[in-house]
Design a protein around this ligand. Sequence first.
Ligand SMILES: O=C(O)CCC(=O)C(=O)O
Ligand SMILES: [Fe+2]
Length: 361
Amino acid sequence: MAEEKRYPGQSTEVFPEPFNKPLAVIPTGKPGQLAEEKIKQFFDEGFLVVEDFFTPEELQPCRDAIEKMVDVLADKLYKAGKVKNLYKDSGLFQRLTMLEKEFQGANILLFKHQKMPEEFRNLWCNERILNLIEQIIGPDISGHPVWNMRTKTPLSAATNIPWHQDSGYFSNESYDHMVPTAWIPFLDATEENGCMVMARYGHKKGKVADHTCCAANTWYITLEEEEMRKTLGVDLEKDIINCPVKYGGFVLFHNITPHRSLPNVSNDIRWSIDLRWQSPHENWGFYGIQEGVEMRSSKNPNVIQDWDKFLSVDRKEVWQEKFRKQAKQTTDPFDTTVTGPWIGQWKIVNQNQHTRAYERS
Ligand SMILES: O=C(O)CCC(=O)C(=O)O
Ligand SMILES: [Fe+2]
């Protein structure tokens, strides 16, 4: 029998255990921790919508930080003559859209060049959320180096994220352990503005299904619905669950949960951040680009985050340098091409500017 062509990301191994049941007895009672049934539901269904977790006071600094980032971008575009107006009077939910109208890809630039501001770092190691993460992965907790602020402007094709499992973006060493994600919106996430959609029970087999690259004119990998049904056993009629969530809540899922987001057909920018954690004893699955940042340790009750070390690596710069054909192109600050190691993991079924810029290292 002719052997089918294999791609680096493909795997026949399955790891159902870590995704289907908690490691140990689920701790409860610390601030932020959920009832045991909720954690069980997370392990059973592969995700959980957590309502009313953060107060507006806790999230406002992040909104302010985003406004600042947009302001810096507006200045850069303006000074370079790429836009004729700064749109200073447009608010958090409009300004990037205005910039985008004059310079298509402004939202990609913001996505591509983000550095984690202090306000996001504080949210990432918020005591209450770490208490909750402890219920899932135990007391040794590090922040995972893959995080994203999403700049989902209305009708932007570049932020339409197709079905995938996050492990599809990671290297194979990460397939065997749980990387929980909190997807936190900075407004009410609705079906209209592009909330998350989860494929319930898609994690049951503990398997990373085959993905392809890259969707339309983007750098995103895709998990076809047919593959999701066939390989992961997802019931496409019953188990596709839209997850609207109000400001203050978040969607909790993990690296094997198939998910996507809906298109943003509203008038507002759907800002969100996805933050991840894992045990520091596991592989980071990040192609040697960056390690995580220690947040809690069973051996040391007073962990201090080493932000200098974490921030000293600009992962997006590292991967552009490592996985990009013409390094000189990366010096153009307005280049909206995104490449990364995940492109080399899967079969390229659609070539575009991003796949063409990619170079297997
Ligand atoms: O924010 C989105 O639209 C997609 C987010 C996502 O895929 C993730 O957080 O893993
Ligand atoms: Fe994802």
